[in-house]
Design a protein around this ligand. Sequence first.
Ligand SMILES: NC(=O)c1ccc[n+]([C@@H]2O[C@H](COP(=O)([O-])OP(=O)(O)OC[C@H]3O[C@@H](n4cnc5c(N)ncnc54)[C@H](OP(=O)(O)O)[C@@H]3O)[C@@H](O)[C@H]2O)c1
Length: 329
Amino acid sequence: METRILGRSGLRVSALGLGCMGMSDFYGQPDDAESTRTLHRALELGVTFFDTADMYGPFKNEELVSRAFRDRRDQIVLATKFGILRDPNDPTKRGISGRPEYVRQACEASLKRLGTDYIDLYYQHRVDPATPIEETVGAMAELVKEGKVRYLGLSEAAADTVRRACAVHPIAALQTEYSLWSREPEDEILPAIRELGVGFVPYSPLGRGFLTGQIQRFEDLAPDDYRRHTPRFQGENFQRNLDLVARIRDIAAQKGCTAGQLALAWVLAQGQDVVPIPGTKRVKYLEENLGALQVQLTAAELRQIDEVAPVNAAAGPRYPAAMMNSVNG
Ligand SMILES: NC(=O)c1ccc[n+]([C@@H]2O[C@H](COP(=O)([O-])OP(=O)(O)OC[C@H]3O[C@@H](n4cnc5c(N)ncnc54)[C@H](OP(=O)(O)O)[C@@H]3O)[C@@H](O)[C@H]2O)c1
């Protein structure tokens, strides 16, 4: 398995990680047994980088990952996140907190659920507009000093926020949405984090599954699937985005790979400091996705992909309006 180092942190991880969110939340019916098989198979195939968060489930996903890896904790790089508050009795209600006392409380709770005494990479999930980033990262840095956390990360933070955070403590990784239909980080964020030596962890690199071409109709999504509430999966946007996927699929067919593999290979080709974390709860998809590491794109192919999926190619914003103001904070 190819490995990569996140920025200048020294943290070495498998070139593809595994996103665990959909195993417990948002994308249809959970299946803990198949998810556990997927986690074990991933490690067997050389994946070492596993991504969860306290809010996935809520809380259930950390517990699932913990159960799967309890006897092999030292073999994995475990990343989790804090900062999005959800009420287990009403998971639609959301809050954001980066207050120092909350950072500590959230970390202690995650450690307990994860059944471990250290988190390898601890991210702030969303920047709290009410708490200066220096205070949040100051509290996160205390956790590093105490040995509870090894490396720090941010998610969906603006370039300037990452810069301010780095002045308090080195940041190993920024985790932000990035894929063939979400290329926004290319403008400001990628150049800034490269200058700062921060690694990049693209989430939803398969466009929440859409770029695989497996989702052809709105009805393919379960009635409680979160994606039904997101603009790119609705109405006319859905149809226009299918056209984009058809163009990606044509190039994949020429290359002899699947559309999903092409989408992942494109993200992987954006730099050695980029470590995508495609999500799945199925062994079959995991194995297909790891095949992307064998897909080498030439400069001519990258240009061809640029033509069919340029910046802003997707129809519709990536989040519903109410959630858009929590990104790039
Ligand atoms: N920081 C943040 O704010 C944030 C936000 C979102 C996600 N994330 C993290 O990033 C990870 C990945 O993102 P994501 O899960 O949102 O999106 P993704 O990786 O773009 O896509 C996941 C979806 O694609 C499907 N899929 C995966 N491989 C497939 C294949 N080979 N063929 C067909 N379908 C396939 C999965 O289906 P199944 O579910 O059926 O396996 C799932 O529905 C998450 O698990 C989470 O850890 C972070």
